[in-house]
Write a protein that binds this ligand. Structure first.
Ligand code: NI
Length: 162
């Protein structure tokens, strides 16, 4: 139930976490098995990238978006490969090819339907967050050997933190 305190508090928490730390977060990343993600990209967050770089990535600021029960549909065949990272895989980045354009559908926290077409970096963020809802990390796009190496390192770090 979207209007429930549980969901509303979860959404606020997720927005708090993502602010200033990343461009997206999915509920499973904070141990919640719900199909919800947030995404946001700010001028400040991309200040370490040149205008050229942003233009290449089609990266531009957009206001925080919360999507409940998201559905993603690729638009066309165009794709782009760029380096990306993840709050759950700190210290690593990898080249990942993703659809350039997607249609994102879902429901907003106020119950209103979401139906937007995304291009470039926002489309990439949405695809990355959708993967989290299926337990998939960007490292899963790497070769088996590289993936294994990173997964092992992550597990070791998790054990150390536990
Ligand atoms: Ni991530």
């Amino acid at each position: 139930d979207i209007a429930s305190t549980e969901v509303q508090e979860l959404v606020s928490e997720m927005l708090r976490i993502v602010k200033g730390r990343g461009v997206g977060l999915a509920a499973p990343q904070i141990g919640v098995k719900k199909r919800i993600f947030v995404m946001e990209d700010t001028e400040e967050g991309m200040s370490d990238e040149s205008e050229e770089e942003r233009e290449r990535k089609k990266r531009y600021p957009f206001k925080a978006k919360v999507v409940i029960n998201p559905v993603l549909i690729p638009i066309g065949d165009a794709s782009a490969a760029f380096m990306e990272g993840c709050l759950s895989v700190q210290g690593y980045r990898a080249l990942v090819r993703r659809h350039l354009k997607v249609k994102l559908k879902g429901v907003a926290p106020d119950g209103k339907p979401i139906n937007v077409d995304l291009t470039g970096w926002p489309a990439r963020i949405a695809q990355h967050e959708m993967d989290h809802l299926q337990g998939k990390l960007f490292v899963d796009y790497l070769s088996p050997l590289k993936r294994q190496r990173i997964r092992q390192r992550l597990e070791k770090e998790q054990r150390r933190r536990a």
